[in-house]
Design a protein around this ligand. Sequence first.
Ligand SMILES: Cc1ncc(COP(=O)(O)O)c(C=O)c1O
Length: 383
Amino acid sequence: MSRKKHSLATNAIHGGSGARHPGDPIAPPLVQSVNFIQEVGTEDGLLYTRYGNTPNLVQVQKRLALIEGAEASLVLASGMGATACAMLALLRPGDHLLASSHIYGGTYRLLTEEFTRNGIEVTLVDPFEPRAWRKHLRKETRAVFVESPVNPTCRVLDMRPISYLTKEVGLALVVDSTFASPVNFRPLEHGADVVIHSGTKYLNGHHDAMCGVVCGTEPYIAEVLAKMMVWGQAPDPFAAWLLDRGLKTLDVRVKRQNENAMRIALWCADRKEIKKVHYPGLRTHPDHDVAKAMLDGWGGMLAIELTGGGKAADRFLRRLKIIQHATSLGGVDSLVSEPRYSSHARMSSEERSRIGIPDGFTRISVGIEDADDLIADIEQALK
Ligand SMILES: Cc1ncc(COP(=O)(O)O)c(C=O)c1O
């Protein structure tokens, strides 16, 4: 049987490679040069790393577009660089943005401090309140920004009513789907126009490259590129190479992370030391049914609230041996972090509580270690 379209797992390895010939390397060479000899008398073929058009960048961008099901993609220097340029390509001073109030702390600061200071009005909307988006619409509203699943609460947004509204009114729907990776969630299939990733997380997957990704239509990505070039947000070629290398195992890594996280969530749900487990795969999760409709896998991220609150969380973190206390997520090593001291440190305790992050809330990024070893590590740390 011949298949026209390759699956994500195949595209993550071969996507956009073109024909191969005897003598070609299997692993793509790293072209670290930022300068390339230019033809005289024309700007055609001008290559420069800050322009996002050098060999390792071009290769991985083609691959990411195929994986996400987009016309084009752009790799930037970080997830924050990706969000900043993606939104700057859509918004001008005087425009209004509707953004979910349940978003990563860095994005929250970018939108509510930097953008507002530069003449872009931002309204934060509770995405779990029915009709809230419509209520806050203005004639200057240009885009809707959401994150799903949400860092760190693992809430999952129903894209159906949101994309229905953005299509009806003609707004751009931008989705940060870092937490899911394209293995578990492809927002373009659910009505989104733009997808953002912190490539530092699942896409790279090995804790060794900082990068971000924006996917969308070709003309839109050209606009994002124009922002990236002047705001200086291009990645280094080695980061692009590491991202490409990480992508090759994305499918198997994320599936293993999904399995491990489900096992850990089920185990944690039975422990008296743990007050609450936040994991969309559990039937008790408020968005379990939404997640069923949106996601292909429950994800490798979960969070727990210990019965003993903040103090118990500190003790637990100090006693873990395999699972390391570090910010960031999505890589092969399991990591744990407390948002009040990392991703959401700049929010007040009240602001955090409002979006479901009480003190002592502990986020676990499940890696690809043996699940029994991870459970044993958690068990001995809870004692
Ligand atoms: C959901 C989400 N979006 C964006 C970012 C920013 O990514 P980066 O750290 O690569 O700039 C993060 C980082 O934690 C994140 O969790």
